[in-house]
Design a protein around this ligand. Structure first.
Ligand code: C5J
Length: 221
């Protein structure tokens, strides 16, 4: 069984029961000139994940293992977006408002889709989620059950929001989660640092943390 050097200790996984989850690598969050940047965020903090993630996805696909992509977003009539979520953010720029790449975080809009460099291949699973966590109001549990998944390699953005929420949800559901520090990103360096520390703290309170080259080496052994 491949073993990855991780925090707080070695992470062993059976590739046949492990899925790579790529969270919300969407243009609205990552593209210069887009929604994320319009809120005053430094998108380079997220964009540094694209290159290592692309290399990991190539290796993962080469090993014939499953990739699950997620996208955060809502129906055009916003019926799946509760006021508690809709009313957050700068008043001039909310979910559903017109943005540089179409209506912000609305399914079917250009900005809602995944960046060109990390586009899913035909046949790969894409989970559209209305919440921060990938399990809430989606069929992710059923998808993973069908694959026989026990462990998740978790990547994507943002570390402290959708990655954290998904890892916590996954851990509660019994999945062992390895989060890859170079393949997750936050607009805020301090949240990136502390977000990763929180996952591996207390003996790995809800997961492990490693980096992508060690996973690539493990699946190519
Ligand atoms: C946020 C996400 N940060 N994908 N979404 O609103 O983390």
């Amino acid at each position: 069984m491949p073993i990855v050097d991780a925090q707080p200790g070695p992470f062993a996984f059976d590739p046949d029961s492990t899925a790579l989850v790529v969270i919300d690598m969407q243009r609205d969050f990552l593209m210069p000139g887009g929604f994320g940047e319009s809120l005053g965020n430094d998108v380079s903090q997220l964009r540094r994940t694209i290159e290592p993630l692309a290399a990991l996805m190539t290796a993962w696909r080469g090993a014939g293992l499953p990739i699950i992509h997620t996208r955060e977003g809502h129906l055009p009539d916003l019926s799946d977006c509760p006021p508690a979520k809709l009313n957050r953010g700068a008043p001039s720029m909310r979910i559903g408002d017109p943005g540089a790449f179409g209506r912000i975080l609305i399914r079917g809009e250009y900005g809602h889709d995944i960046v060109d460099e990390l586009q899913p291949l035909p046949g790969e699973t894409v989970v559209d989620k209305p919440g921060k966590g990938a399990f809430y109001a989606t069929d992710l549990s059923e998808i993973l059950d069908k694959l026989g998944t026990k462990s998740l390699i978790v990547t994507g953005v943002t570390t402290e929001v959708c990655v954290h929420t998904t890892v916590r949800e996954a851990n509660d559901r019994g999945y062992e989660c390895l989060v890859l520090a170079d393949c997750v990103g936050s607009y805020f360096p301090e949240f990136q640092h502390v977000g990763l520390k929180m996952i591996a703290a207390q003996g790995g309170i809800f997961g492990w943390v490693a980096s992508s080259p060690s996973v690539i080496a493990a699946i190519q052994e």
